[in-house]
Design a binder for this molecule. Structure first.
Ligand code: GSH
Ligand code: GSH
Ligand code: FES
Lengths: 104, 104
């Protein structure tokens, strides 16, 4: 419950949150997309947290149904992975979503 | 030297070789590309080999300058990673390369 509370707090307090792994190219792609859009995402590198990393992945799976990285939240809402985020951008929906939330 | 010989033998004996990691989406993309082209690539999953996995990655780095996965060879020649292979396909160069070697 402690880790679950931590995730809920993190996604509530930061407009854009990415749970990532440093050496994963899909995670790099999502981080680069937000950077290009001028958004300063809050990034948590799961492979830099020792045993807490896999534990956080399990908590994310319980909360969102998604175990994989990258795991993206915008305005507290679960978006999904890299393909989901890139599709939102490709469909012209990402920029409006961010500006509605005064994120970029 | 033993592992180096093993890599050299593997890439010499198999028309298309992919050093991969099972949970890596870039590796999945390259495997799927060859499958769509009807090519039966020889796939080595580095995360299924215990301590030999990281050792093989270091050998690949020594032989090719590339530590990352996927690491792709065609006709014994080092091609590169996912972006390199997809670019060859995109530029219309992958199919001719394979048919020249009677691979597909
Ligand atoms: N379609 C998903 C794929 C996500 C995916 O499979 N991620 C891989 C890494 S690229 C993963 O998390 N594998 C399990 C793990 O690393 O623990 C996305 O676009 O994010
Ligand atoms: N541009 C390269 C990127 C390769 C890359 O960075 N691969 C990552 C996994 S997606 C990697 O091997 N990271 C280090 C490791 O996993 O040991 C490609 O297209 O293959
Ligand atoms: S680990 Fe390769 S794309 Fe994520």
């Amino acid at each position: 419950a402690r880790l679950e509370e931590a995730v809920k707090k993190t996604v509530a307090e930061n407009p854009v949150v990415i749970y990532s792994k440093t050496w994963c190219s899909y995670s790099m792609e999502v981080k680069a997309l937000f950077k290009r859009m001028g958004v300063d995402a809050h990034v948590i590198e799961l492979d830099q947290l020792g045993s807490q990393g896999p534990q956080l992945q399990k908590v994310l799976e319980r909360l969102t149904g998604q175990f994989t990285v990258p795991n993206v939240f915008i305005g507290g809402k679960h978006i999904g992975g890299c393909t989901d985020t890139v599709k939102l951008w490709h469909d012209g929906k990402l920029a409006p979503m961010l500006s509605e939330l005064n994120i970029s």
